[in-house]
Design a protein around this ligand. Structure first.
Ligand code: MV4
Length: 505
């Protein structure tokens, strides 16, 4: 089997690794911006597919199929993002005689509609949050909207039928705001998904986000894995994931897992997928949505179950039978935590920070995994998702995994661009995180409370050196002006002026 990897960056590297380990040849694709990118060099072959804009390269089904034909690939791995959950792409691959490494186009399409997904879950006996069963399209009258919202009850969420990940979602506390919320949600959904249909769900106040990884073969076997805890999110972007969840007992784990299997079975699901649940404070859980792809956070599951999910995606796509011991998949072996290292400046409200990575020293050593998409000397382009690496720590216990993550974050050096590393160094020392006192509302609340206080720290030695340098700088100015190499934003004086804004550790 020769696999075309229809993706870039970290996940293209991850998939190429699995292919290489299984003796499969790989074809990378790349845009102008990715000429010479790491994922291109890691593959056996590479095909240029267009200009830098994703809409003219990684999102072009026709060019990807041309690349597969030209390179003689017989399978396509979509990774995550881009076309990974695009039913038309899965269908086009199959119509072209290619194995699409993922579920059927029909399963992707069903789960892409959040109201259809809810119906599938409900019919399978899986609890869903109380809400509207049918989409409210543009033809719905104001009266119908109000009546539907009253039936669901407040507080509620207006969600996009084609949504997911929080886009096109609006919270409404009482009846007065429903029409405005629907209008805003519709316009956001229209521009993001080309579909303005919405539906309502009763809003849970402080849920945790728990998800179950599944593998399903073409012979009727579906396997559920230990849950992932994904509540640490900022504006619907996950930053930290771990497995298992502190909030899940072995008994609850079995119940959520069997609910996930039932929902997947009733969808006719195959290959790898994930079912997201909301876990309420009282221990009840509700189906939220299904992701019909490999997810960013799959490594935490791999580390606590010792199963290679990408190997299994490839084997299942070839028609092999699942032969993993179900007990092994559902029993956590130790604890794993993942931090997403993103080219964003946490001290500037997580402002994107693309550009040249002058040097990159990844953490390593016992229990540490680094899934990176680039090497030092490469550029993080402005065109795509800014995830540059995933740092994953495994240990026997959660406290040991946190300690190991702290150690690994200290080892990690990214020179040239800002990253989320200082934020994780702060979080891994936060009592509420350490004690597991968090839900999906936690991070946005603490970030608001901190009012932009910086996460970046300097050592006492660095602070002392800067103070001395600033004293010399002041003396120099008093006795004949500013030395040329000390002027400007990098001068000791300027840096010291900002010292009170930095945390001395
Ligand atoms: C919810 C919810 C509370 N109640 N649905 C956010 C993204 C999308 N996947 C669904 N989301 C939510 N749906 C009901 N009925 C709270 C969220 C939510 C959330 C969910 C998962 C992870 C982080 C979140 C942050 C804010 C809100």
């Amino acid at each position: 089997m020769k696999v075309l990897i229809a993706n870039r960056g970290e996940i293209a590297v991850r998939v190429a690794r699995a292919c290489r380990e299984m003796g499969l040849r790989t074809v990378a694709v790349y845009s102008d911006a990715d000429r010479g990118a790491r994922h291109v060099r890691d593959a056996d072959q590479a095909v240029h597919i267009g200009p830098s804009a994703a809409s003219e390269s990684y999102l072009r089904i026709d060019r990807l199929l041309d690349a597969a034909r030209a390179s003689g690939a017989d399978a396509v791995h979509p990774g995550y993002g881009f076309l990974a959950e695009n039913a038309a792409f899965a269908r086009a691959c199959r119509d072209a005689g290619l194995i699409f490494i993922g579920p059927s186009a029909d399963a992707i399409e069903s789960m892409g509609s959040k109201t259809r997904a809810r119906a599938i879950a409900r019919r399978a006996g899986v609890p869903v949050v109380p809400g509207t069963d049918d989409p409210l399209d543009a033809a719905a009258s104001e009266g119908e909207i109000r009546a539907a919202a009253e039936r669901v009850g407040y507080p509620l969420l207006v969600k996009a039928v084609a949504g997911g990940g929080g886009k096109g979602m609006r919270a409404v506390d009482e009846g007065g705001g429903i029409l405005d919320a629907v209008r805003v949600a519709r316009s956001e959904a229209g521009s993001s998904f080309g579909n303005t249909a919405v539906y309502f769900e009763r809003r849970l106040q402080r849920p945790r986000h728990i998800e179950i990884q599944l593998l399903a073969d073409h012979h009727g076997t579906i396997l559920a894995f230990v849950e992932r805890e994904c509540s640490i999110q900022r504006r619907h972007q996950k930053l930290v994931e771990e497995s298992p969840s502190l909030a899940v007992t072995p008994e609850l784990r079995q119940r959520i897992a069997s609910a996930a299997v039932k929902a997947a079975r009733s969808a006719g699901y195959t290959n790898a997928g994930t079912i997201e649940f909301l876990l309420d404070e009282d221990g009840s859980f509700y189906f939220l949505e299904m992701n019909t792809r490999l997810q960013v956070e799959h490594p935490v599951t791999e580390l606590v179950t010792r199963v290679d999910l990408v190997h299994w995606q490839l084997r299942l796509a070839r028609g092999e039978r699942l032969s993993i011991d179900p007990d092994r998949a559902i029993t956590p072996h130790g604890h794993a935590i993942e931090c997403r290292i993103i080219a964003e400046d946490p001290d500037q409200g997580f402002l994107p920070s693309p550009g040249l990575v002058r040097a990159l020293r990844a953490a390593s050593g016992p229990g540490v995994r680094n899934d990176a998409g680039l090497v030092g000397g490469e550029v993080v382009p402005v065109f795509y998702d800014s995830l540059i690496a995933k740092l994953i720590a495994w240990a026997e216990s959660r406290p040991d995994a946190i300690a190991r993550m702290q150690r690994a974050l200290r080892e990690y050096d990214v020179i040239g661009i800002k990253t989320t590393i200082p934020f994780f160094q702060w979080l891994m020392r936060e009592p509420d995180y350490i004690d597991g006192r968090f839900d999906t509302t936690y991070l946005d609340r603490v970030l608001a409370d901190r009012r932009g206080a910086p996460f970046t720290t300097i050592s006492e030695t660095e602070a002392l050196h800067l103070t001395i340098a600033a004293g010399l700088d002041a003396w120099w100015r008093a006795h004949g002006g500013v030395a040329p190499d000390q002027a400007g934003p990098q001068s000791a004086w300027t840096r010291v002026a900002r010292l009170d804004a930095l945390r001395v550790r």
